[in-house]
Write a protein that binds this ligand. Structure first.
Ligand SMILES: *[C@@H]1O[C@H](CO)[C@@H](O)[C@H](O)[C@H]1NC(C)=O
Ligand SMILES: *[C@@H]1O[C@H](CO)[C@@H](O)[C@H](O)[C@H]1NC(C)=O
Ligand SMILES: *[C@@H]1O[C@H](CO)[C@@H](O)[C@H](O)[C@H]1NC(C)=O
Length: 372
């Protein structure tokens, strides 16, 4: 297939994810006081505003639309905060925020791998070039700087380390953007998977060494089921559920290897609790049984242009001229062809927190943390 077909829209994946107003509605359990705060990391699916702050200086100037037009509400991470009775996380880059109950280090467009990798594989695109500093390594650097300048300031190392044991570390989906880049090049996907997971694991080790005791790591969702991937892959490239097969099989392998590596980390750090949040299966549970979750449109984007089965046109993304928004986003899984609706985020969060889609379960972690 022509790699550019997938590359362009996938590149946009990261460009158009922005902050949403915090209007989380309730999940039924509350675990007040269990964790002192949450530190979140990830890409556009977890980010709650860092690029908006950075936007003043970078490529986001391209977008003339108000950014919150491009998203319809809360994310998984917002529902996690709510379940733990913590306020929504302020983005690290919002300098005026109070970080005493948590920080969000996630960056939309963030890759798991640093950019020198991009040079190695020879990917070159003007939009990509400008993002050079934003990857998982950036988030690690922000985190370490934050510990130094804020969280651990004036405290000795052991006191600081002990306190990180009371923090919930939430690692959102991480790596989608790397696949977007790879698909556009001739680089073999398995090589990328190895490197990208290596980078994620190295990052998790950094957290563990800093004193992290409770870490939730989200796998990747079935990216091949997004209108973005479905509209750009050839019609014969379909899996059993009707999604883009090539993209989905790469993601599936990624998730399998990630889980194996997490098992190794658990052995190496037995006093820490590491959960795998099974995004893939949570997403599919909903996709295979949409009515149960009150969804009427499992694939079609709520906001976009072109109508049809997907209502997706990569040249005319939600928020740009000529696009419109559906009347009731809560009936749609997909918001703009790339990102998910608030309703979908809420159901996924519920599956993670209350329905056993974290392994070990979220409840088990809460019990452990509470010393039960
Ligand atoms: C930050 O928030 C915490 C918890 O809500 C509060 O105790 C503290 O006073 C706040 N700090 C500032 C500088 O507003
Ligand atoms: C570090 O700080 C804690 C609490 O403030 C104190 O109990 C401990 O003795 C200190 N340790 C060192 C090595 O200074
Ligand atoms: C919590 O889990 C950790 C890691 O498995 C274990 O070392 C610790 O003893 C557990 N604590 C409780 C109270 O279950």
């Amino acid at each position: 297939m022509n790699p550019n077909h997938l590359f362009f829209p996938l590149a946009l994946l990261s460009l158009f994810l922005f902050l949403s107003p915090n209007k989380a509605s309730s999940l039924h359990k509350s675990h007040k006081g269990c964790f002192s705060k949450i530190y979140a990391f990830g890409d556009s699916y977890t980010d709650t505003g860092n690029p908006q702050v950075l936007a003043r200086h970078t490529v986001f100037a391209k977008s003339n639309e108000p950014v919150n037009r491009l998203c319809d509400g809360s994310r998984v991470i917002d529902f996690v905060c709510e379940a733990l009775s913590l306020p929504p996380l302020p983005p690290y880059k919002s300098t005026s925020s109070n970080f005493s109950l948590g920080v969000n280090f996630a960056i939309a467009r963030s890759t798991a791998l640093p950019m020198d990798y991009e040079d190695d594989i020879g990917v070159s695109h003007p939009l990509m070039r400008k993002e050079a500093s934003l990857n998982l390594q950036t988030q690690v650097e922000w985190f370490e700087k934050f510990l130094q300048e804020v969280d651990c300031k004036g405290r000795n190392v052991s006191a600081c380390k002990a306190e990180l044991g009371n923090v919930l570390f939430w690692i959102g989906a991480m790596g989608v953007n790397d696949y977007a880049r790879a698909i556009s090049s001739s680089v073999p996907l398995h090589g990328l998977t190895e490197m990208s997971i290596g980078s994620i694991c190295k990052f998790i080790q950094t957290l563990l060494k800093s004193g992290a005791k409770y870490i939730v790591v989200q796998g990747l969702p079935p990216v091949g089921c997004l209108p973005l991937a479905m509209s750009s892959s050839p019609l014969h490239d379909r899996d059993k559920i009707g999604c883009a097969a090539t993209a989905n099989s790469a993601i599936m392998i990624h998730n399998e290897i990630l889980q194996r590596k997490l098992a190794n980390l658990k052995t190496k750090y037995p006093s820490s609790t590491i959960l795998y949040a099974d995004y893939w299966n949570a997403y599919l549970a909903i996709l295979m049984n949409p009515k149960k979750y009150h969804f009427e449109e499992p694939f079609k984007a709520c906001c976009g242009a072109g109508g049809g089965e997907l209502n997706f046109n990569s040249d005319s993304l939600c928020g740009s001229k000529g696009t419109s928004t559906c009347n009731d986003p809560s009936k749609y899984i997909n918001w703009d062809g790339i990102h998910l609706t608030e309703a979908m985020h809420q159901h996924v969060a519920d599956l993670f927190l209350n329905q056993g889609f974290c392994r070990p379960s979220f409840d088990r972690m809460i019990e452990n943390k509470s010393g039960m």
